[in-house]
Design a protein. Structure first.
Length: 267
């Protein structure tokens, strides 16, 4: 049995407060949601080959060569695909390519207004409490939620690549979170912990899996932040499940419970 390959990335930010503790969750330019996704890639080599070939084709297209983000000095599309930076023509081509590949994305979402209220209560009851502005606490907590499922743990040892956060890879901290999550899950199932994982951190430019994860998360973020459905609807076959922690006390969307403006009122 081949080892499953997972790629973990995030969308949105963990910013809650500005100067003097002013709430920023409804400020323009600040995301309303923070999400972490885990993408399983069926054939990583094929995905890498196809994305490299597509990039070469797009860079050679005379209709796209004058676009700033396509220039090598911009260190954007010329080096790797990133949905936020890529122009619409590039995004369209990448999404079409991803539909042809065996991809399964699982996501956990936290609405930042709920998080801000929890943090404010902590600050009121514990004056010494300080919210971790870099978001590592929230990120690690969501990673635990993301991997706290038994459907992936009983097979071969997984290989997990995390997108580098900030200036330093946090591989050791992520290993600790992961090990605690796995141990808790096996304990809940009544089994001794038996499955470890090979963890590493990488930049998106080094990983086709991280680039694909970024694109699918962008489609989901577009839905949550702007109420725009078309990208999410087109790519929904690539979503395994979306756990919305704060909608109706926690709601899972999947192939039987589709995520839409109708099914997720309030976005």
């Amino acid at each position: 049995m081949s080892s499953p390959k997972y790629f973990v990335d995030e969308a949105g930010d963990t910013t809650l407060f500005g100067r003097y503790g002013k709430p920023l969750t409804h400020t323009e330019g600040v995301s309303k949601f923070f999400m972490v996704g885990r993408l399983e890639v069926g054939n990583l080599e094929s995905l890498q080959t196809d994305l490299d070939a597509l990039r070469a084709e797009l860079l050679a297209d005379p209709l796209l060569q004058a676009i700033p983000s396509m220039q090598e000095k911009a260190a954007k599309t010329a080096l790797f695909f990133h949905a936020k930076d890529d122009v619409p023509e590039v995004r369209h081509a990448v999404f079409k390519l991803l539909l042809k590949h065996d991809l399964r994305l699982s996501v956990v979402i936290k609405e930042k207004d709920y998080l801000r209220r929890v943090v404010s209560k902590h600050q009121a009851s514990q004056p010494s409490y300080r919210y971790n502005a870099n978001g590592h606490d929230v990120y690690d907590w969501l990673i635990g939620k993301l991997f706290l499922r038994s459907d992936w743990m009983l097979g071969a040892t997984p290989h997990i690549t995390f997108a580098v956060r900030g200036k330093r890879a946090r591989t050791q901290a992520l290993e600790e979170v992961f090990e605690q999550t796995v141990a808790a899950a096996f304990k809940a199932m009544g089994f001794p912990t038996q499955n470890q994982a090979n963890l590493q951190s990488a930049y998106p430019s080094q990983s086709a899996g991280l680039q694909a994860c970024d694109y699918l998360l962008w489609a989901l973020q577009r839905f949550y932040e702007r109420g725009e459905e078309r990208y999410l609807h087109a790519m929904w076959p690539k979503f395994e499940h979306v756990l919305d922690l704060d909608y109706l006390g926690g709601t899972t969307f999947n192939e039987k419970h589709l995520l839409s403006l109708e099914s997720r009122a309030g976005v």
